[in-house]
Design a protein around this ligand. Structure first.
Ligand code: ADP
Ligand code: MG
Ligand code: ZN
Length: 481
């Protein structure tokens, strides 16, 4: 049987976080009433002149530097001509042959070492509007258009065809998203469309030097959609090749409900965009001084942070990777380390209970009611024996639900650990009385039976008994019976 290798290259669109649009002063605010952030410039009325928003170039350069790109000295805008109702001018101002940044790369952890993916280019462009179709595809009666998004600045980040599996594609987008979020040029919210992804994919018999014909998949608006679409498409292509068929170079769309990709247009039907230089905008000349001053704005990026966490706090590399995926989680972690010495304990709680609760509530760490200082206080209550490890989980959940301080929760719910021997002894005596079989087992040398008895005591004390104290007293009693 022939083994196949998958080749993937991604085109990622990121909406920039500028206050105003790329060529006019309309607001970029998300969620406004349809067609409320529009003017003659972004509506493309005849005779208007665009004026480039300097912040867009600055953000483009910042993203380029964060992705290890070379920043152009001289860059220009071009018109990409096509007609579609979401594009009132009938052309999109984009960049063709002289993009703002080229030849970059990023790296991510694959579990079997670091993988490097090349960034071919980053170019600036304006977004198109949004179409809302009424009814289903077959029963569409009419479509609505919202031009609020028309002219919102985007950067498109094109990767080299360096990925070899859907998992690598996901890891690439995750890392890209983290880096862009760190630079703060975009919030990269896939669900709001501020990060959008097109995937190019082909297959070739393992060992072949040449790439197979690629297919582009559009409309991937979540990590899950990207993963599923790629898995489906890889199998489809292998089936075609196995049947001695030819892969057609085409654009396909992902149908989330059916779980399949569908052909949109083939290469022959592909648009001829008739790119030409945008005559209403002067080229952008970028001085090295400007690039250097933007370089100073670069924050500590995920890779550097990860390295520092390993060196400074002794975190395992895995923990350091997970914590640095999000800038907000990293700052939560760092805030905790300022008042608590054991970084590993902090990362355990962040990666475990905190992440689980955030995910199940579909929440961001910024919206979380637990503050770093509260986690620190809870860890201190654990250390000084006020609460047990089991009770800490209860306290943590209550903190998450109510935002109250851990001390207050322990007080209100009466969760203090019982370490006082005399208070525990009564419960132990009852456990011994109620479980003669276990006692007998223990006496016969089945030392493990003590675990069951400890469990009974913990249960009877509602988890509040100090397990170490229970264990010590119990052992003592059993050995003297
Ligand atoms: P196009 O002109 O069709 O947009 P490009 O050469 O610009 O094609 O590539 C677009 C994207 O497709 C890039 O991300 C690139 O890495 C990827 N790509 C190119 N060739 C292949 C291939 N054979 N298989 C998978 N991806 C590919
Ligand atoms: Mg393309
Ligand atoms: Zn406008």
């Amino acid at each position: 049987m022939t083994q196949y290798e998958t080749i993937i290259g991604l085109e990622v669109h990121v909406e920039l976080k500028t206050k105003t649009k790329i060529f006019c002063s309309c607001s970029t605010e998300f969620g406004a009433e349809p067609n409320h952030h529009v003017c003659p410039v972004c509506m493309g009325l005849p005779g208007v002149l665009p004026v480039l928003n300097k912040k867009v170039v600055e953000y483009g350069i910042l993203a380029g530097l964060a992705l290890n790109c070379q920043i152009a000295d001289f860059s220009k805008f071009d018109r990409k001509n096509y007609f579609y109702p979401d594009l009132p001018k009938a052309f999109q101002v984009s960049q063709y042959d002289l993009p703002i940044a080229e030849h970059g790369h990023l790296e991510f952890d694959t579990g079997e070492g670091e993988k490097r993916v090349g960034i071919t280019r980053i170019h600036m462009e304006e977004d198109a509007g949004k179409l809302v179709h009424q009814g289903s595809i077959s029963t569409t009666t009419h479509s609505l258009v919202d031009y609020n998004r028309t002219g919102v600045p985007l950067i498109e980040i094109v990767s080299e065809p360096d990925m070899r599996s859907p998992e690598e594609a996901k890891a690439y987008v995750e890392k890209l998203k983290a880096i862009i979020q760190y630079t703060d040029v975009s919030d990269c919210k896939m669900q709001e469309g501020s990060l959008r992804c097109d995937a190019n994919v082909s297959v070739r018999p393992l060992g072949n030097k040449e790439f197979g014909t690629k297919v582009e998949i559009k409309n991937l608006n979540s990590f899950k959609a990207m993963q599923r679409a790629l898995e489906y498409e890889i199998e489809r292509q292998i089936d075609v090749v196995e049947d001695n068929g030819q892969i057609v170079q085409e654009t396909r769309t992902w149908d989330e409900n059916k779980g399949i990709t569908l052909a949109l247009r083939s290469k022959e039907e592909a648009q001829d965009y008739r790119y030409f230089p945008e005559p209403d905008l002067v080229p952008v000349v970028i001085s090295r001084e400007w690039v250097d001053s933007i370089k100073k704005l670069l924050p500590e990026l995920p890779d550097e942070k990860k390295r520092r966490y390993i060196e400074e706090f002794g975190l395992p590399p895995y923990d350091a990777s997970v914590i640095t995926v999000s800038k907000d989680i990293a700052s939560f972690f760092e805030a905790c380390t300022r008042n608590y010495p054991e970084a590993k304990a902090i990362s355990n709680w962040i990666m475990g209970d905190l992440t689980r609760l955030l995910n199940s509530h579909n929440m961001d760490i910024k919206e979380c009611s637990i503050k770093p200082q509260q986690l620190v206080e809870m860890l201190k209550l654990l250390d000084n024996g006020t609460i047990s490890g089991k009770i800490a989980k209860t306290v943590f959940e209550a903190m998450f639900e109510t935002g109250k301080d851990p001390g207050v929760i322990v007080e209100e719910k009466g969760l203090k650990q019982i370490s006082d021997a005399s208070a525990i002894e009564g419960i132990i005596d009852r456990a011994i009385e109620d479980n003669p079989k276990s006692v007998e087992d223990y006496k016969k040398g089945k030392k493990k039976a003590i675990g069951f008895l400890v469990g009974q005591v913990m249960k009877a004390s509602k988890g509040k008994a100090n397990p170490q104290v229970v264990n010590d007293i119990l052992q003592n009693k059993l050995d003297h019976m």
